[in-house]
Design a protein around this ligand. Structure first.
Ligand SMILES: *Cc1c(COP(=O)(O)O)cnc(C)c1O
Length: 458
């Protein structure tokens, strides 16, 4: 049979007009923003691929749900709807809502980590690692080596290296490891999935030693879709079934609902352990709000409950991940250097390969993000030496192995035609790469410098 095209499983009911500046205006806007895409006004951006966090389009059902908000301080009916949904769709027993994912990370870290503990994980995530450290723990990366190689085509680059995990257990002892931090699709590795086979093996190993698994389930449905597409034995299972199977192999979960769950704000902590639930339900009152709203309005919880159900539909993931794969394939066909294989939430450009004539001190990824904006009004994010910050002891830049520019695709927001415009712009910038001159940093804030640093052209 001939390969047939797919299309979005929805039609468009409301539109948000975009501004299209002239190239001259974009040059001026980029200069005024200090060549940092975080400092651009969103009004000056044509296609915004800065992040997939909180940028999704809600469905008419979700908007209707907003009108059903029960804004009672205690016992809102939207909380009970959300609780039922988390049980039905995700399979976790207990729910504590939070305003974002990081608030759930804060609580689970405080509850489970003791000073001097080690937390192995499949690559770090910024907020996750910070909360582990603030609770007295030390993060240890136990992801497979392939995850660090942009050219490795291994389909499950989110897998945990069982030898690395076993070695850590042998070295520090199981009583110093409260849990394994396991993320479904690994953000910092380029949105790479973990396989069910690997997760089952991790479950077996951790069970033997009485170690829990905390699941960062921010993109669990996208991971489930990749398992359905690529892992033997899962072709006939639905995304919803695979999501439940993944979750059943873990003990607790933190969620940023701003990603998979199709809302602009929201998150939660979920657990099967009644003691952890008891503590979290008490702690949330201190940091977020009462345990039946956790920093959210009733309407936010309603939109989240509906978004969760939509997120595990096969047709939705087919179009969501399909759009990311479409953009990635277009760039691969044109010979553009990107991280392979293409992940689920974005395409990562290899800026070092774009600009072999620039050193890391000339900020190749920052330069590429700026060039892309000037060329077409597409906004991307630097993931290179600027994001990596400085070494606390020596004050030197941390030089990461990779200089990447992330094109992150919001869910249900842009069309395939937008993806064509993005691809054509990337190709144009690649063709003109040898003319790029690099940048120098002229202002550097103390914390998370990539958000506010300013640059000038060399
Ligand atoms: C976004 C994200 C978080 C943090 O969630 P927030 O809602 O931004 O606080 C945690 N883990 C991963 C993998 C994420 O992508």
């Amino acid at each position: 049979m001939k390969k047939r095209s797919w299309a979005e499983p929805y039609k468009i009911k409301m539109v948000e007009p975009l501004n299209m500046l002239s190239k001259k205006e974009r040059e001026k806007a980029m200069e005024e923003a200090g060549y940092n895409t975080f400092l651009l006004r969103s009004e000056d951006v044509y296609i915004d691929l800065l992040t997939d966090s909180g940028t999704s389009a809600m469905s008419d059902r979700q908007w209707a749900g907003m009108m059903l908000g029960d804004e009672a301080y205690a016992g809102s009916r939207n909380f009970y709807h959300l609780e039922d949904t988390v049980r039905d769709v995700y399979g976790y027993k207990h729910l504590v809502p939070t305003h974002q994912g990081r608030a759930a990370e804060h609580m689970i870290s405080k509850i489970l980590i003791k000073e001097g503990d080690y937390i192995p994980g499949n690559m770090y995530f910024t907020t996750t690692k910070l909360h582990q450290e603030m609770a007295g723990g030390k993060f240890v990366d136990v992801i497979i080596d392939e995850a660090h190689d942009p050219n490795s085509e291994y389909p499950f680059k989110g897998d945990i290296d069982l030898d690395k995990l076993q070695n850590l257990i042998d070295e520090v002892g199981a009583d110093k490891i409260p849990y394994v931090a396991m993320a479904t699709t690994v953000n910092m590795a380029g949105g790479q999935p973990i396989s069910m086979k690997n997760l089952k093996a991790v479950r077996e190993l951790t069970k033997k030693y009485g170690i829990d698994i905390v699941h960062d389930m921010t993109r669990v449905a996208e991971n489930a879709y990749m398992i359905q597409q690529k892992e033997e034995g899962y072709q006939d299972k639905t995304v919803a079934e695979i999501v439940k199977e993944i979750n059943s192999l873990t003990d607790h979960a933190t969620m940023s609902a701003k990603k998979d769950a199709l809302v602009n704000i929201g998150g939660f902590l979920a657990t099967n352990d009644p003691r952890v639930f008891e503590e979290a339900r008490n702690m949330v009152v201190v940091y977020e709000g009462l345990h039946t709203y956790g920093g959210l309005a009733g309407r936010d919880m309603e939109a989240m409950a509906i978004g969760i159900k939509e997120s595990v539909m096969d047709e939705h993931q087919k179009a969501r991940v399909g759009q990311v794969q479409y953009l990635g394939q277009k760039l691969l066909d044109a010979g553009i250097p990107i991280v392979k294989p293409v992940g689920t939430h974005g395409v990562f450009l290899d800026a070092k390969a774009f600009y072999p004539h620039l050193t890391q001190d000339e900020f190749p990824a920052q330069t590429l993000a700026a060039e892309l904006y000037v060329d077409s009004g597409v906004r991307a994010m630097e993931r290179g030496v600027v994001s990596a910050g400085r070494n606390k002891e020596t004050g030197e830049h941390n030089y990461p192995k990779l200089e990447l520019v992330r094109l992150t695709i919001p869910r249900r927001v842009y069309t395939q035609a937008h993806m064509d415009v993005v691809a054509e712009s990337v190709i144009e910038v690649y063709e003109n790469a040898k003319n790029a001159r690099g940048l120098k940093m002229v202002y550097e804030p103390k914390y998370l410098r990539f958000f506010q640093a300013r640059f000038e052209k060399l």
